[in-house]
Design a protein around this ligand. Structure first.
Ligand SMILES: [Mg+2]
Ligand SMILES: [Zn+2]
Length: 244
C-alpha cells in the first residue's frame, strides 16, 4: 500500500459518530408526544424531513420546552467513549483531516462536539443551518433552500441535501481542499450515505454501520469501488482507526 500523507475522514453524525439520532432524541427526552407525531408524519411521507424537524421544534417551543432543556438533552445524547478516543488519537497522529457531513443541524452538532471535547478536531461541518431566536426557539432550515435551485441527485438523497456528487457536498469539499487526499475514510449508516459512498475510490474505505439503510442499499444496489468494512460498536471504529 502506498504511503498516506493526506488522509480525510468524513463522518456522518447520527448513528455514526453519535450513538443516537439527535433529531429524534431531543423529543424523546423532552416531548414524547412530538416524537410520536414525527414517527407518524415520517411514515405518512407527507413532509420533507428537515421541514418536519423545524415544525417539531416550533411545536415544542409552543409547549414550553426551553433552549436549556434541548441543550441538556443534546449533552446526554448517547455517544460511545471509544468514538471520542478513536477520533482524538487519530487526529493526534497527524496527517488526518476530519469533515462532518450531516443531515442533523449546526446547533445539535456543535453542542455535542463541545461536550465531548471534539470541536477542534473538525476542519469543517456541513449540515442544515440552525440558530436560536431571542425567544429560545431553535430555527432549523434546509441546507438547500427550497425557494432556490434544487440539487439534481438521482441517487435518492433528500431535498435538503445531497451528500454525494450532484448536490456537490463531498465533491465541493474536495475542491476546497486540494490536492486530492491519498485516502478517504467515510463513516456512515444511513441510506443518504449511499450517494457519497458511490464516489469513494478504490483506495478509500467505507466504514458502514451494520443493519442500517446504508447496509441495505449496498446489499441491494451495489456499485461501490471502495473497500467496505462493517461495524456495529464504536470500539470497532476505534480499532480500525488505530490500524490505519
Ligand atoms: Mg446517520
Ligand atoms: Zn445524492
Amino acid at each position: 500500500m502506498p504511503a498516506v500523507d493526506r488522509q480525510l475522514v468524513v463522518f456522518d453524525f447520527d448513528w455514526s459518530m453519535a450513538d443516537q439520532d439527535t433529531d429524534r432524541w431531543v423529543f424523546e427526552v423532552n416531548a414524547p408526544n412530538i416524537r410520536r407525531w414525527m414517527e407518524d408524519t415520517e411514515r405518512s411521507g407527507s413532509m420533507q424531513f428537515t421541514d418536519m424537524v423545524a415544525k417539531a421544534l416550533r411545536e415544542a417551543h409552543a409547549q414550553g420546552v426551553t433552549r436549556q432543556q434541548l441543550e441538556d438533552a443534546l449533552r446526554i445524547t448517547p455517544f460511545h467513549p471509544a468514538m471520542v478516543r478513536g477520533i482524538t488519537d487519530l487526529k493526534a497522529a497527524g496527517k488526518t483531516t476530519f469533515f462532518c457531513l450531516s443531515n442533523a443541524n449546526a446547533v445539535y452538532i456543535s453542542v455535542i462536539l463541545k461536550e465531548k471535547g471534539l470541536t477542534a478536531m473538525f476542519d469543517e461541518i456541513v449540515t442544515n443551518p440552525a440558530e436560536w431566536d431571542p425567544s429560545g426557539l431553535l430555527v432549523v432550515r434546509r441546507r438547500v433552500d427550497p425557494s432556490g435551485p434544487q440539487h439534481s441527485c438521482q441517487v435518492g438523497c433528500s431535498a435538503n441535501m445531497c451528500k454525494g456528487a450532484t448536490g456537490e457536498e463531498l465533491e465541493a469539499f474536495y475542491k476546497r481542499h486540494q490536492p486530492a487526499y491519498d485516502r478517504v475514510i467515510y463513516v456512515g449508516d444511513g441510506s443518504n450515505d449511499f450517494c457519497p459512498a458511490l464516489r469513494l475510490r478504490t483506495q478509500d474505505i467505507l466504514l458502514c454501520r451494520s443493519f442500517g439503510g446504508l447496509h441495505k442499499r449496498i446489499a441491494r444496489e451495489g456499485g461501490l469501488k471502495c473497500t467496505v468494512k462493517y461495524w456495529t460498536g464504536a470500539w470497532e471504529v476505534e480499532e480500525i482507526f488505530k490500524a490505519l
